[in-house]
Write a protein that binds this ligand. Structure first.
Ligand SMILES: [Zn+2]
Length: 355
């Protein structure tokens, strides 16, 4: 079994969800839950963004002991040194620096040439390495970057000392076939691919972020960036609960496992939903209210004979106490009699008596 690291960015990308902001106490509460959940790395914020963000990252780095804590920084010296000041009190401080590499970002946002982008990556990764060993570099908008230039950007970061390369699908543009092929291409072209951690960061604009993350795992990624409930910019980020559960339930296929304590998933989801004000849709995979509910008679009958007929995940696995059989117009006798027995009635031929 390969080990897949889980990098949670609920506190950073998740807070970039439109209409969401967290205060210090809320962030501490979530960071402690993420630690209990077993995430490998917590991205606690963007320290240069504001004194409040800095303080959140610093406080979380000092409190959390079981997970590494990282902070985000642009390829700007002031960002990187500020990120270091925030994370340095942690057990395993890390710095995550990024620079966009795609033509549209280079031309319109950065107004930088390819050569200037490469020079900036080289300089700022080396600058970050003065502070910590675990420097992560992300070529923002990687999936819309010319593949040969992406290789140059990543190679520059690795040669400058980056230990983690995160490949972001910043705008949720890719698909599993294409993203898997990109990882295979990088694995083939990058010197030292196996000596560093390759990671994915996928957005859900086309509803494929989890599938894309799983394609990355199948093709060489050993770390996934994700958020609880998939909250994040625009349509959101990769939902951690879905990736962790897919790897667990289909370990026969993926041959990979995470450190996630699965029965903490529901509790984590409830907490993030409560603090973000973002309700979880009832039909959401893994932790939605209907994920363990059965209403049709055929399904209810099969479930009562053997739950595995219609449930591939047990509710206990994610921390839900039990499945529910919803009595609706499509329900059958088996579920009805079971419900009646549950509340103390046994149906006898032609009569109902209490027991
Ligand atoms: Zn993002």
């Amino acid at each position: 079994m390969r080990k897949i690291q889980i990098f949670d960015t609920t506190l950073r990308d998740g807070e970039q969800t439109a209409g969401v902001s967290f205060n210090l106490q809320e962030k501490i509460q979530m960071a402690q839950q993420l630690e209990t959940l077993g995430v490998d790395v917590i991205e606690a914020g963007f320290p240069i963004a504001s004194p409040g963000d800095f303080n959140c990252v610093k406080t979380i780095a000092e409190i959390v002991k079981e997970s590494a804590v990282t902070g985000l920084a642009r390829c700007v010296e002031a960002d990187i040194s500020r990120a270091y000041e925030a994370v340095k009190g942690g057990v395993a401080p890390q710095i995550h620096t990024f620079l966009a590499t795609s033509p549209i970002h280079r031309e319109f946002k950065l107004k930088m040439t390819q050569a200037e982008v490469l020079a900036s990556i080289d300089h700022h990764v080396r600058y970050a390495k003065q502070f910590v060993n675990m420097v992560q570099f992300s070529p923002e908008d990687a999936t819309r970057t010319e593949p040969d230039f992406l290789v140059k950007a990543i190679q520059t970061a690795i040669d400058a000392g980056a230990k983690v390369i995160n490949v972001p699908d910043t705008v949720g543009y890719t698909n599993p076939t294409e993203f898997g092929a990109l990882f295979r291409y990088l694995r083939q072209e990058i010197r030292g691919f196996d000596e560093v951690i390759f990671s994915s960061h996928c957005h859900d604009d086309l509803g494929m972020s989890v599938a894309n993350a799983l394609a990355a795992i199948e093709n060489g990624a050993s770390r996934i960036e994700c958020t609880i409930n998939g909250i994040g910019e625009r349509a959101g980020n990769t939902a951690m609960e879905e990736v962790a559960m897919a790897l667990h339930i289909r370990k026969d296929h993926y041959q990979a496992e995470t450190n996630i304590v699965l029965n903490q998933l529901k509790r984590s989801s409830d907490l993030v939903s409560h603090l973000s004000g973002m309700a979880v849709p009832r039909n959401k995979a893994v932790i939605g209210g209907n994920a363990f509910a059965h209403q049709s008679g055929i399904h209810q009958d099969g479930f009562l004979k053997n739950p595995s007929t219609y449930e591939i995940i047990t509710p206990e696995l994610v921390g839900v106490s039990q499945s529910t059989l919803v009595l609706g117009k499509l329900s059958g006798r088996h579920a009805l009699f079971t419900r009646l027995a549950d509340i103390g009635f046994q149906l006898k031929r032609g009569a109902t008596t209490t027991v």
